[in-house]
Design a protein around this ligand. Structure first.
Ligand SMILES: NC(=O)NCCC(=O)O
Ligand SMILES: [Zn+2]
Ligand SMILES: [Zn+2]
Length: 484
């Protein structure tokens, strides 16, 4: 591949902002500095050159609620690149009783179509000696994160004893557990009651998942992880109650990460009151959208560092699929899209409003994920030797989001009508220009699997600490004779 120089821009990383050209060759960054030359020049005048976005939470072609999410690895990663995201981390989802290795194979087959690099989390959807035995093999295959669902009773949900066993296994093999934290038993009861009362519309989805079910489960997951001696990552943190549990734990020295979604940061629960059934159902996801108080809490968490990354949980269903739930909200496939819009929306509502600095933006959209998931500085960095996954960000480029021009395969967009200012001029995946001033030049199959080793920095630090503070038998002399 010919060398390229990104010229005349301002490099923005998680910790620095400076003027420099960036040269790429063979898919990696080879030089950073003034007046560089190369075979091809990309004009970055007036732009910020940033590490490409990493979305740590997506679901392509996910088998869920009797259907499959509609974006596959081709359309999903095309949408990602169009919005400045150069890597996604998707979930291998074994069906109950299925081997983890077999599920991995299935996701390998689907991901051959990816336009950008990707990695996988492995879900623990059932528990047995087989799962226990296969977990280390999965980490040897470059997957160091295991997802647990505390919700979706009767489907993906695991019980506390299973979660504790799996967390302990994660601690042994240096893996990081991820948790969807909602109290699935309480949700199931609330769903039943709402339906019995004739509350069957999409708004009842939100009523059945109040912030308390999330706060309780988040706290429980954190406490169980701490007892198992492993750090924990809470996905789609949407409420003050969940954030409060994370914040409190972090202040007490517990290793926990929190991941808000761009949807929860920028869209609120008034959407469910819309008179149009389709409008409300299209926004059904778990946890549901919250009110302004919760949104403020999430923004504050990103700013103060108690929440670390912004994801999408991209899991896109068409209107036709959402209509499976007409007359029974519990059958509306849960999930929303957002891959193309995460970076522009966060820039517009975060950086342009002063809630986030540009460096904080890079941290929460890219670098923090790379560090937490143990792939830094290959990903998430602008350093010599790092992969040339880059976005040349034009802070003056604007558009109104509309589904008719989006890359995603679905027929609507939950951000429809939002005006964003700040968009990619170029998006590069390992040095290849994929988005060129709005023109999509993606290449199906270009994406490669990114291996992530186990025993990341946080696992190492926590296991050392747990060893140091483990219960120890007190050795005594002169023990009195038993009283019996
Ligand atoms: N979030 C959601 O509603 N759908 C995707 C699956 C999940 O992450 O829970
Ligand atoms: Zn979830
Ligand atoms: Zn998800």
């Amino acid at each position: 591949m010919a060398s390229k120089v990104i010229k005349g821009g301002t490099v923005v990383t998680a910790d620095l902002t400076y003027q420099a050209d960036v040269k790429t060759e063979g898919g990696v960054i080879t030089e950073i500095g003034p007046n560089l030359s190369g075979d091809e020049v990309l004009d970055a005048t007036g732009c910020y050159v940033m590490p490409g976005g990493i979305d740590p939470h997506t679901h392509m072609e996910m088998p869920f609620m009797g259907t499959y999410s509609s974006d596959d690895f081709e359309s999903g990663t095309r949408a990602a690149l169009a919005g400045g995201t150069t890597m996604v981390v998707d979930f291998c989802l074994p069906s109950p009783g299925q081997s983890l290795l077999e599920a991995r194979q299935m996701w390998d087959n689907k991901s051959t179509r990816a336009n950008c690099d990707y990695s996988f989390h492995m879900a623990v959807t059932w528990w047995s000696e087989q799962v226990f035995n296969e977990m280390p093999e999965i980490t040897k295959q470059g997957i160091n994160t295991f997802k647990h669902f505390m919700a979706y009773k009767g489907a993906l949900m695991v019980e506390d004893d299973e979660m504790y066993a799996s967390f302990k296994r994660c601690a042994e093999i240096g893996a990081l557990p991820l948790v969807h934290a909602e109290n699935g038993d309480v949700v199931a009861q609330l769903q039943e009651q709402l339906l019995a009362d004739g509350n069957n519309g999409p708004e009842a989805h939100a009523y059945s998942r109040p912030p308390e079910v999330e706060g309780e489960a988040t706290n429980r997951a954190i406490m169980i992880a701490d007892m198992a001696g492993v750090p924990v990552y809470i996905v789609h943190t949407s409420s003050e109650q969940a954030h409060e549990a994370i914040r409190r734990a972090r202040q007490n020295g517990i290793r926990v990460f929190g991941e808000p979604l761009i949807q929860h940061l920028t869209l609120d629960d008034s959407e469910y009151a819309n008179k149009d059934w389709d409008h409300a159902a299209r926004r059904v996801m778990s946890p549901p959208f919250r009110n302004k108080k919760h949104q403020d809490s999430l923004w504050n968490g990103l700013q103060s560092g108690s929440l670390q990354v912004v994801a999408t949980d991209h899991c896109a269903f068409t209107t036709e699929q959402k209509r499976y739930g007409v007359g029974d909200f519990t059958k509306i496939p849960n999930g929303t899209g957002g891959l193309e819009d995460r970076m522009p929306m966060l820039w517009t509502y975060g950086v342009n409003t002063g809630r986030l600095t540009m460096n904080e933006f890079v941290a929460v959209t890219s670098t923090n994920s790379a560090k937490i998931l143990n792939m830094y500085p290959k990903k998430g960095a602008i350093l010599v030797g790092a992969d040339a996954d880059l976005v040349v960000w034009d802070p003056n480029k604007e558009k109104t989001i509309e589904s008719k021009t989006q890359q995603s395969a679905i027929d609507y967009n939950v951000f429809e009508g939002k005006h964003v200012k700040g968009l990619p001029r170029f998006t590069l995946s390992r040095g290849k220009v994929m988005i060129d001033d709005g023109a999509v030049k993606t290449e199906e199959g270009h994406g490669k699997f990114v291996e992530r080793d186990s025993f990341g920095a946080t696992n190492k630090a926590l296991s050392k600490w747990k060893e140091l503070t483990a219960p120890r038998k007190v050795e005594r002399t002169g023990i009195p004779a038993s009283g019996v």
